[in-house]
Design a protein around this ligand. Structure first.
Ligand code: SF4
Length: 344
């Protein structure tokens, strides 16, 4: 727990002094070089006097209990609740962001929320864990590391929902405190998609983050938001991403294909056709992934966990809600006894 009362300028991690009074932030893969008095791309890290400071330490804009399936984490404490927190700002600029009012805001005006208060609410809402979500948790790493450290001492698990655009140094600092993560791809990691719709030069650092997180033993689930802007070419990108996951993480890694809905600056783009998603589902299964889910698609049983060996339903879900957990001993198929990649 930090002893001082956090001020608006809180000492930030991973700042590196450069010539001419500049500071390079090495927290995310944008690697912003900040002149004196300026903030980075995310809007919440500032160079003051040649040192890097966080402007959003504990300045929470959202606190909410959520089912873990909403993150989505389908293979990590199924049916549990997590207490979600967020600040303003983001290192991405997704042109369809459903939380753009907080992620794209560049003015921090929220009061400080002590970690003790977050943990009090976590207990009051009967949540089993805490999570950084809604905006990119990386940009509030200092507060989340302190929160996760305290949360774990008290028996809570810790999770993030992240775009995965971290530096290796940031993963080193964060991973020891993190139990599980959902890493959100957009457009299956296609470089042109990232440049045009996310304003990020390349998804390459995300793949490196995933390899490091796996080596650190963090439970990983992958989402892929399928935005229908490539006239059917999306399927080839889904295949490539699924093959990468199977080869570099595990064929048991849960893979969630998410249906796009119009928002923010992409109100004229239609919902993802269901047919695109079901084709993507089949392609990801053919690529070897054993647990492929469709998010925001209530029909067809695509949210259920199915035993890869015998096809029995192991967990039945509707939307974010767990209807029935049939698993034996927390992770075994009720029919054939096969062990699934599920942390209970
Ligand atoms: S965390 Fe913010 S300031 Fe740091 S490199 Fe990323 S966008 Fe730039």
């Amino acid at each position: 727990m930090p002893k001082q009362t956090p001020t608006a300028l809180y000492p930030a991690l991973l700042g590196e002094a450069e010539e001419g009074g500049r500071v390079r932030c090495r927290l995310c893969a944008r690697l912003c070089s900040l002149p004196e008095g300026k903030v980075g791309y995310c809007g919440v890290r500032m160079n003051s006097g040649g040192k890097l400071y966080s402007l959003n330490y504990g300045r929470l804009v959202a606190m909410h209990p959520d089912p873990i399936e909403k993150k989505p984490l389908n293979h990590f404490h199924p049916g549990s609740y997590v207490f979600s927190i967020a600040t303003v700002g983001c290192n991405f600029a997704c042109q369809y962001c459903q939380n753009y009012d907080i992620s794209q805001r560049r003015v921090v005006q929220e009061p400080y929320t002590p970690i003790e208060k977050v943990l009090e609410l976590t207990r009051a809402y009967q949540c089993q864990g805490v999570t950084g979500t809604y905006n990119e948790p990386t940009i509030e790493a200092e507060y989340l590391i302190d929160l996760m450290r305290e949360a774990k001492k008290r028996g809570y698990f810790t999770t993030w929902v992240s775009n995965g655009y971290l530096t290796p140094e940031a993963v080193e600092l964060i991973a020891p405190h993190l139990d599980a993560i959902t890493v959100d791809f957009k457009g299956s990691g296609n470089r042109d998609f990232y440049r045009k719709y996310i304003l990020v030069p390349s998804a390459e650092p995300i793949f490196e983050t995933l390899k490091l997180l796996k080596a650190k033993g963090v439970h990983i689930e992958i989402t892929d938001l399928i935005v229908p802007v490539q006239s059917g070419a999306e399927i080839e990108d889904i295949k490539k991403l699924a093959e990468w996951i199977a080869a570099n993480l595990s064929d048991e890694t849960p893979f969630h294909l998410l249906r796009f809905h119009p928002d923010y600056r992409m109100l004229d783009t239609p919902y993802t056709p269901i047919e695109t998603l079901t084709k993507g589902w089949a392609v990801a299964r053919e690529a070897g992934l054993k647990h492929v889910y469709l998010g925001n698609v209530p029909e067809g049983g695509y949210e259920d966990t199915i035993c890869p060996s015998c096809g029995a339903i192991c967990i039945e879900r509707r939307g974010f809600w767990l209807v029935k957990n049939f698993l034996k001993n927390g992770n075994q198929c009720p029919s054939c006894g096969r062990k699934l990649n599920i942390v209970d």
